[in-house]
Write a new protein. Structure first.
Length: 139
């Protein structure tokens, strides 16, 4: 299964990269290559969220908020998320840690046609809060 954000920031032509890696891992995460067009607030917010994930779940990843991902059917049964907002990416990662699923990260290109798309500071605070709650509740 492959999920892709609906905001046209990701190129579907990168799907073959997922297919190559999903044979060896339960989950293929992506990270957006450093791009001068990525707004600073998004870079900083992602850094905070990534550090929170490392601290709470022991998972070191480069871009927790990139929504372009692939997972096996077996992994999906473990990853099924309840979040209906920008927290879903982080909820998946929390479950990767909980269920000790194997994962890898691959770089992708990202198109930033609108600097105001994506998460806001309030969304970021909610994501960090949810990460703390999930850790306390051992989701």
């Amino acid at each position: 299964m492959i999920v892709i954000d609906a905001d046209a920031q990701h190129d579907p032509n990168e799907i073959p990269k997922f297919l190559k890696n999903i044979k060896r891992y339960d989950i293929v995460l992506t990270y957006r290559k450093l791009n001068k067009n990525m707004p600073f607030v998004l870079k900083f917010g992602n850094w905070i969220i990534n550090k929170t994930i490392t601290f709470l779940y022991g998972i070191r990843i480069k871009d927790s908020q990139c929504g372009y991902r692939a997972f096996t059917t077996k992994a999906y049964k473990r990853l099924r998320w309840k979040a209906m907002d920008y927290s879903m990416e982080s909820e998946m990662i929390a479950k990767i840690g909980k269920y000790k699923l194997s994962y890898t990260e691959i770089p992708i290109e990202t198109i930033y046609s609108d600097k105001y798309k994506g998460t806001t500071i309030l969304d970021g605070i909610k994501i960090v809060f949810n990460l703390l709650l999930w850790r306390l509740n051992n989701i």
